[in-house]
Design a protein around this ligand. Structure first.
Ligand code: PLP
Length: 405
C-alpha cells in the first residue's frame, strides 16, 4: 500500500533490503509530510498567535486548521476539546496532574489495567503518592483479555477515574473499551483511553466511544516526533486547573495575580509545535486518503499471516494467539529443552539481516512480570508493509534459529 511514498524504506541495512517491522515504536513518514515540514520552514515560519504580521497570521491559521482537522479525525465535538501535547506520555502526565489537583483526595482510587504501557502507570502512581490515593489494577484472564467481571468489582464510590489502553502495545489486543466505558459510566466514573496504538491503526471516534479523555502521539501516525494530543470533553476540561504556566495560557498577568485563557490555550503554555501540528494534519489527511478502514484491514491481514507463519516454528509461543490484533504481534521461542531463546539474541540476528523488530519489555514491565518473561520479540505493521516482508522476516528468523540452536 503506497510504499513508494516512504523514501526511507528503499535503503539497505547491513547490505540487506530494510524490512521495517517496528511501527508500534514509531512509523515512517511519507513524502507529503516531509515536504510539509520543508514548506513550513521555507515559506511561512513565524511564531503564532499574537502576531500582527503576515507570516504569523499564516502560521496561526495553519496551526488552528490542523487542530480542527485532528478534532474531526478523532470525532471530537469541537477543536476546543483538542489540547496539543508533546505526545501520549505528556498527555497522560498532564491529565494525572490536572485531574489529580481538581478531583483526587486521600483514599480515592484510580483504575488502570495489567497490560498498560509505563506511561499509563507511572503518572498515576506519582499522583497516588502525592495525594495518598490508591491505584487499582484490572487483572488479565488466562487468555490475556481484561477481566471485566473483576473490573466491575473494583468500581466503588471511591473510584475517581479509569485509564486503559485501547490497543495493547505488546499483545496487539483491542481492548473492549466501549464496554469498559459503559460500566464505568454506570458508576459515574470518567474514562481515559490511551490511544497511542489505536489511532494509527483503527478508525477512532471519541464521541461514539463516549470516552471522557483520549491521548495519542503523532509520530506513530506517519507524522513527526514531539507532538500529540489530549482530548477531553469540554465539561471536564473546564473543571481542570492549568498544567504549566507561561505565555499563551494567560488572559492577564499582574503582580496581584493571573487570569487564565480559554480552552484549549489554557493548557498550552509556551510556543506550540505549529510546524508539527501542520505536518500532523497532512499525515492525517494522508491516512484518510488511504482509507483508515483499509489500513486496518491490511494490517490485520498481515498480522494474521505473520501469526500463521510463526505457528510453523518449533518452540514458538505467541501471546494472545488466535485473537484479533491491531497490527502488533509478540512472541518468544523456546529451545528443545524448554529454555527461552533470549529476545535480545533474536533481535540482534534479525537486524544483521536487515529486519528491524523490537525486543524487550516494551515499557510494560508489570505485564512481563504477569507473563513471567523478561521480554518478547515484537513485530508491528504499518500501511506500507507487505506479505513479502513477512516472508523475509520469517526466513531471517529461521536463519537466526539455525545459528542459535
Ligand atoms: N501508550 C502506549 C500504549 C504506547 O504504545 C506508547 C508508546 O509506545 C505510549 C503510551 C507512549 O507514547 P509516546 O512515547 O509517544 O509518548
Amino acid at each position: 500500500m503506497h510504499r513508494e511514498d516512504f523514501p526511507i524504506l528503499t535503503q539497505q541495512v547491513h547490505g540487506k533490503p530494510l524490512v521495517y517491522l517496528d511501527n508500534a515504536a514509531t512509523s515512517q513518514k511519507p513524502l507529503c509530510v516531509l515536504d510539509a515540514i520543508t514548506e513550513a520552514y521555507s515559506t511561512w515560519n513565524a511564531n503564532i498567535h499574537r502576531g500582527t504580521h503576515h507570516l504569523s497570521q499564516v502560521a496561526t491559521a495553519k496551526h488552528e486548521e490542523a487542530r480542527t482537522l485532528l478534532a474531526q479525525f478523532i470525532g471530537a465535538n469541537s477543536s476546543r476539546e483538542v489540547l496539543f501535547t508533546r505526545g501520549t506520555t505528556e498527555g497522560l502526565n498532564m491529565l494525572a496532574f490536572c485531574f489529580g489537583e481538581a478531583f483526587i483526595r486521600e483514599g480515592d482510587e484510580i483504575i488502570v489495567s495489567a497490560l498498560e504501557h509505563h506511561s499509563n502507570i507511572v503518572p498515576w502512581q506519582m499522583l497516588c503518592q502525592r495525594k495518598q490515593a490508591v491505584l487499582k489494577v484490572i487483572p488479565l484472564r488466562d487468555d490475556l483479555k481484561l477481566d471485566l467481571e473483576a473490573f466491575s468489582q473494583l468500581l466503588n464510590p471511591r473510584t475517581k477515574l479509569v485509564s486503559v489502553a485501547h490497543v495493547s502495545n505488546v499483545l496487539g489486543i483491542i481492548n473492549p473499551v466501549e464496554e469498559i466505558i459503559r460500566i464505568a459510566h454506570a458508576h459515574g466514573v470518567p474514562v481515559c483511553i490511551d490511544g497511542a496504538q489505536s489511532a494509527p491503526h483503527l478508525p477512532v471516534d471519541v464521541r461514539a466511544l463516549d470516552c471522557d479523555f483520549f491521548v495519542c502521539s503523532a509520530h506513530k501516525m506517519y507524522a513527526p516526533t514531539g507532538i500529540g494530543l489530549l482530548y477531553g470533553k469540554e465539561q471536564w476540561l473546564n473543571q481542570l486547573p492549568p498544567y504549566q504556566g507561561g505565555g499563551e495560557m494567560i488572559q492577564h498577568v499582574s503582580w496581584q495575580g493571573t487570569t487564565y485563557n480559554e480552552l484549549p490555550y489554557r493548557f498550552e503554555a509556551g510556543t506550540p509545535d505549529y510546524v508539527g501540528s501542520y505536518a500532523w494534519s497532512v499525515a492525517a489527511r494522508y491516512m484518510q486518503s488511504c482509507n483508515i478502514a483499509s489500513i486496518a484491514a491490511h494490517e490485520q491481514e498481515l498480522t494474521a499471516y505473520a501469526e500463521q507463519q510463526l505457528q510453523q516454528i518449533a518452540g514458538i509461543r505467541i501471546y494472545a494467539a488466535g485473537q484479533p490484533k491491531a497490527g502488533v504481534l509478540s512472541f518468544n521461542i523456546y529451545d528443545g529443552a524448554g529454555k527461552l531463546i533470549h529476545p535480545f539474541d533474536l533481535g540482534a540476528l534479525l537486524d544483521q539481516q536487515g529486519v528491524a523488530v523490537r525486543i524487550g519489555h516494551h515499557c510494560a514491565e508489570p505485564l512481563m512480570t504477569t507473563l513471567q518473561i523478561p521480554g518478547t520479540v515484537r513485530v508491528s505493521f504499518a500501511l506500507y508493509n507487505t506479505r513479502d516482508e513477512v516472508d523475509r522476516f520469517i526466513t531471517a528468523l529461521r536463519r537466526s534459529l539455525d545459528i542459535l540452536l
